[in-house]
Ligand binder design. Structure first.
Ligand code: BES
Ligand code: MN
Ligand code: ZN
Length: 498
């Protein structure tokens, strides 16, 4: 994708399509006002006739407007107030991209968010613009035998700016936005692939392929013999019922000389049938998305590597399936984790925490600056926060806040859920150090507390993405979240947001 800026006014810009906006009551944004003036009130007439309402979710593609150089002008409704927010900008561009895609437009110039009253700065404006357009172009067509939709026609996005002084920040935002969209697309692809293709070995090969693309990324894949040697009995207890080999995937990105690495851990259950505590049949296919934590940390790795950020980032992905069989772990089994702590497995469907706890212990060898695990961990988190926000859990208030704030800036939001002694109590076991479930109440928090028992002394946070990683129903598919949130967090750590 070519990314550029332009200082030309909307009416004077030659291209396939320019995007301008109109607020409710026909209030025109900077680009729309310029088009209107140059075309002798062309838009004004459409507002008067009711063809342009300015309502959010409306749009109209106009061609051959007199005295306008662009072939097409796409007018999108921006909704209520005149202070454009990132959310409004993204919603409008998502809709615009549908039309751009359908019309096979090759180059586009966005004038949205140009006005002074916009609440978004030039860097974030460009980032949201490019990220949203590229994200909306995404389609998954790996597994249909019918004609593969060709790659999108769009090859260039230009962003209009007021003055040359904004060019540097705008270009940098555009590049970051593109990198994030690419990371999101990779995460979506991995999530959307069926569980018979996206196996633990497939995830491992994907990680190895990424390492080949960047000289400062390396990938190591540990097999079951090596995993056993490390003492990861908790991880291995989950893979007991499947014929597919489990993998521990470790990626290392070196972008700084001395800094301690930041570690991201992703849950990589490529299919979660629940094990002996078998799940009901309804929507069980969606448990192919149970590796979306892994997909999101691998996607984030590509964002950081493609931008060559000056940080050190390590990724740990325990990957396996959770199936029932005669060799599967039983409810009641007690296993010893890599940390030495024993766990009574009361429900084999609470498997995510069993693979993650050993991954957290493994991460200690890196003497990490911080550890964040990302997992489709509990249905309880979906009940608590719906399909909107990531559950953020940490004993460190500052870290929780930092992650929350990154989510706000990235328009990929989270909300903090509690941890603490009262919830930890629920994990008591008569036979082992603790149980792997804590009863019906506060399921997201008790799962977080379970992981916390392995993170003692670490600067650690847990993200429960069960609600936001994928959509069900007609729009079934992976969202690629929380790649934008994690990328923002790391961009901030690298001091690269402007
Ligand atoms: N992968 C599921 C959690 C999940 C549920 C993800 C819904 C996405 C949508 C996880 O492994 C699981 O089965 N959790 C159980 C835990 C329970 C047995 C304590 C759950 O949430 O029901
Ligand atoms: Mn499960
Ligand atoms: Zn699971």
């Amino acid at each position: 994708m070519k990314l550029a800026t332009t200082t030309l006014a909307a009416s004077r810009k030659s291209c396939d399509c320019i995007i301008v906006g109109v607020y409710k009551k026909g209030l025109k944004d900077t680009g729309a006002a310029d088009i209107d003036e140059a075309s002798d009130g062309y838009l004004k007439k459409l507002v008067a006739s009711g063809d342009i309402s300015g309502k959010a979710g409306t749009s109209i593609m106009l061609t051959s407007i007199p005295d306008i150089r662009a072939k097409r002008v796409l007018v999108v409704g921006l909704g209520e107030n005149k202070e454009l927010s990132a959310k409004q900008l993204r919603q409008a561009l998502k809709l615009a991209t549908k039309l751009i895609k359908a019309a096979k437009i090759r180059n586009v110039v966005s004038y949205l968010g140009l006005e002074q009253s916009s609440r978004i700065n030039p860097y974030y404006r460009a980032r949201h613009t490019v990220e949203t357009i590229c994200d909306a172009l995404y389609s998954f067509n790996e597994t249909k035998s019918s004609r593969r939709p060709s790659t999108p026609a769009l090859t260039k996005i230009e962003i209009a700016i007021d003055s040359r002084g904004e060019a540097t920040k705008t270009i940098s935002g555009a590049q970051h936005g593109f990198a994030i969209a690419e990371g999101v697309a990779l995460a979506k692809d991995l999530g959307n692939l069926p569980p018979n293709i996206c196996t633990p070995s497939y995830l491992a090969r994907t990680a190895q392929k990424i390492a080949r693309r960047y000289p400062n990324v390396s990938t190591r894949v540990l097999n079951e013999v090596e995993i056993k040697r490390l003492g990861m009995q908790s991880f291995l207890s989950v893979t007991g019922g499947t014929a597919l080999p489990a993998k521990l995937i470790v990626m290392q990105y070196k972008g700084a000389k001395k800094d301690k690495p930041l570690v991201l851990i992703g849950k990589g259950i490529t299919f979660d049938a629940g094990g002996i505590s078998l799940k009901p049949a309804l929507a069980m296919d969606e448990m192919k998305f149970d590796m979306c934590g892994a997909a999101s940390v691998i996607g984030t790795m590509t964002v950081i590597a493609s931008l060559q950020l000056p940080i050190n980032l390590n990724i740990v992905v325990p990957a396996c399936e959770n199936l029932p069989s005669g060799t599967a772990t039983r409810p009641g089994d007690i296993i010893k984790s890599m940390s030495g702590q024993t766990i009574e497995i009361l429900n084999t469907d609470a498997e995510g925490r069993l693979i993650l706890c050993d991954a957290i212990t493994y991460a200690r060898r890196f003497k990490p600056d911080l550890v964040i695990d990302v997992a489709t961990l509990t249905g309880a988190c979906v009940v608590a926060l719906g399909k909107h926000r990531t559950g953020i859990m940490s004993y460190n208030d500052n870290l929780a806040q930092e992650i929350h704030d990154a989510g706000v800036s990235a328009d990929d939001q989270g909300w903090r859920l509690p941890l603490g002694e009262d919830y930890e109590e629920q994990l008591k076991s008569n036979f082992a150090d603790f149980a792997n479930i804590g009863g019906r109440d506060a399921g997201a928090s008790t799962a977080g507390c379970f992981l916390g028992k392995f993170a003692e002394g670490l600067n650690w946070a847990h993200l429960d993405i069960a609600g936001i990683a994928y959509r069900s129903g007609a729009a079934k598919g992976s969202t690629g979240r929380p790649v934008p949130m994690l990328s923002e967090f790391l961009l901030r750590r690298a001091g690269k947001t402007l």
